[in-house]
Design a protein around this ligand. Sequence first.
Ligand SMILES: [Zn+2]
Length: 257
Amino acid sequence: MAVFRARAVAVAAGVPAAFAVLAGLLTVCSTTATATAAEPARVVSAADQRPWSVTRDLVRTARPPMAVTFHLPTADRVVFITIDDGVHKDTKGLRYVEATKLPVTAFLTAWTIKDRARYFSRITRWGSIQNHSATHTSMALSTTDLEHEICYSQRALSKDFGTTPWLMRPPYGAGFARMETQVTAARCGIDDFVMWDAVVENGRLVDVGNGLRPGSVILLHFTPNLEKDLKAAVRAARAAGLKPADLADYLPAPSPR
Ligand SMILES: [Zn+2]
């Protein structure tokens, strides 16, 4: 089964009515092969480009109160490592996380993960498990069953891991601005849509935009390259004078839950 992945970079628009423009470049990779094939650049739909109250780093909608975070404004010298999907479970990556007590946030697709060996529980021991939909369907599509993609995943991940996610990363970074998406997500316990402003793949940092800075959110995927990608992320952070921190410390679960 093919796994579709996307990477995107947000840039601030220079006119008041505009806001972050999301440029996505779809990549396709099989669950067994490490090679990716680039497809034409894709710009998110007009539905993702509604005028909001916007800063360069944090997009906050007027209603419902759903934050969309590309980068966390903080003075702390920290970055956040996030890992998406969950089909492939690289044991070397897990060993590296356990040896270094590395905080990572796993955004998991509920349908595709199998965690009988408690891989995801172990790899997020210093981080958390969050929601990346049920089937990895784009939330920008009007045909997408948002109730299933968001709310079923909340229940499934909660049952599997004992904690209910409060953060969500929409597949392909798409559809987060749709009112239907926001209403459904808010109703099912999601507080923030977490995007990213840096990507590590194939062992190197790409699509960084302005470079790693305090509060950067780095996107990785659960691939056979995970150990290499984790080391590359940590190396890049150190080179910028930053260190990985737990995203849940900066975007904590609301209480009580
Ligand atoms: Zn994904």
